[in-house]
Ligand binder design. Structure first.
Ligand code: GAR
Length: 196
């Protein structure tokens, strides 16, 4: 029997990428186990989804901590307790600080709804529409200390049709995200999933 790679999902919002990764695992397309949800927004929909799936979660309110280092120390303790090997950011709308980066070097990945380096930061879909681009897309990258700046792992283009609304483009982009994220994670963990 091979041991499954233990991943933590970090999310702040709806959690559709969390659900897509979970579905891929259930379908046998991804040899990983989601062992923990980390969420910085107690009312987020993703929290209820994790609870329904009986997934352990660490949900915190950053306002109750003096600074980023303080809550990241708590996060690292949780990650160690759950023996997390990879951190998968799925709509976690917060920069990762040195406390976490140093513990999980090249083990933290993020998904972003544009073809980086174009349109980093908030509302990437709106930014792309405002710029009038004909092609946008999805990027998966390693996380560094910058805003959506780490080394790119995978990208997929999404055509932007004339007159497309933000909601329409968002839907197309998320459809791509929900396939590209699980398959990219599988490629990354492949060498680990065949260990005894
Ligand atoms: C996703 O579209 C993801 O690309 C984006 O947040 C959304 C989360 O959706 N992330 C960023 O913009 C990061 N800069 P979800 O909660 O339904 O998975």
């Amino acid at each position: 029997m091979s041991a499954k790679t233990r991943i933590a999902i970090f999310a702040s919002g709806t959690g559709s990428n969390y659900e897509a990764i979970d579905r891929a695992i259930q379908a046998g397309d991804l040899d990983a186990e989601i062992v923990l949800l980390v969420c910085d927004s107690p009312g987020a929909k993703v929290v209820a989804k994790a609870k329904k799936n009986q997934l352990a979660s660490f949900v915190f309110d950053p306002k109750t901590y003096p600074n980023k280092q303080a809550f990241e120390i708590d996060i690292v303790h949780k990650l160690k307790a759950y023996q997390v090997e990879w951190i998968v950011l799925a709509g976690y709308m917060r920069l990762i600080g040195p406390t976490l980066l140093n513990q999980y070097q090249r083990r933290i990945i993020n998904i972003h709804p544009s073809l980086l380096p174009a349109f980093p930061g908030l509302d990437a879909v709106g930014q792309a529409l405002d710029a009038g681009v004909k092609v946008s897309g999805v990027t998966i990258h390693y996380v560094d200390s910058g805003m959506d700046t780490g080394e790119i792992i995978a990208q997929e283009a999404v055509p932007v049709k004339p007159g497309m609304t933000k909601a329409e483009l968002q839907t197309l982009i998320q459809k791509v995200e929900h396939k590209l994220y699980p398959s990219t994670i599988q490629q990354l963990i492949l060498p680990e999933s065949i260990r005894l």
